[in-house]
Design a protein around this ligand. Sequence first.
Ligand code: NAD
Length: 267
Amino acid sequence: MSGLRYKDKITLVTGGSRGIGKGCVEVFVENGAQVAFCSNDDEEGKHTERDLNSRGPGESWFIYGDVTKEPDIKNIVEKTIEKYGRLDCLINNVGTHPPPHPIDEFSAEDFRKLIDLNVVSYFLFSKYSLPHLRKTAGSIINISSLVGNIGQGQAVTYCATKGAITSMTKALAIDEAKYNVRVNSISPSNIWTPLFDSYLKTCPESEEVKKGFENNQLLGRFGTIQEVGHACLFLAADATFCTGIEINLSAGAELNYANKNMRPTTS
Ligand code: NAD
């Protein structure tokens, strides 16, 4: 089949059963790749695998695992190599955004758990995948977040984890260049995913709040999971002279002066 941009390339996506990870698996499978993906949701993972395999032309393969556990991460990478024999691309995507709170309402334990999921999992997947990626001159793509750079109210722990991912990307790009392994990141603004959907369900004025999130972007809408997948495909397949970069996948959300005074008004 012609026009397949990642045909027969082996890709591993973390947290691929839904949301942005699923969008990445979908776009890579559409482009002929063989994609292993993990999730801690067995039913959803199997459903995604069946759904994407019915469309092809590449293949998706689900591996169950909890990425906050190092032995699970080791097992996921090992199973991928056992099945496919090589690895061309790792997409570190798994992560969550806790509900909004000021610092007073986050505990150290909350923060440590978030670091395990949002940061240590990226570190460990990279560590166990790199011996294989060095053999193929492959690449790592880290899903960070725009707010890791520009900050976000009531999200001190989340922003700290995403700032760490942007920095980790650059540091690893330096170390791995000698093996021809490229390490890049994507920083999305608001992408419509189940994570967003479940947050909005907790808001009393959910339609109004949703509109506000759409209007964070100059283009006045959420991004799609497939648009993130396409940006990943660009980094994996085409961007052979890019390493250590961060793509703002944000429809201009970081642009334009606006009213930002947070101080209480005095009469
Ligand atoms: P999501 O909740 O919709 O999907 C998360 C995926 O990770 C699911 O497949 C889930 O099963 C998996 N997962 C969660 N905990 C796991 C664990 N312990 N072990 C294994 N798998 C686990 O989230 P999303 O909105 O698609 O976000 C994906 C990534 O994109 C995150 O890193 C998030 O911070 C980042 N991001 C999202 C947005 C957005 O607007 N949605 C914006 C910027 C960055």
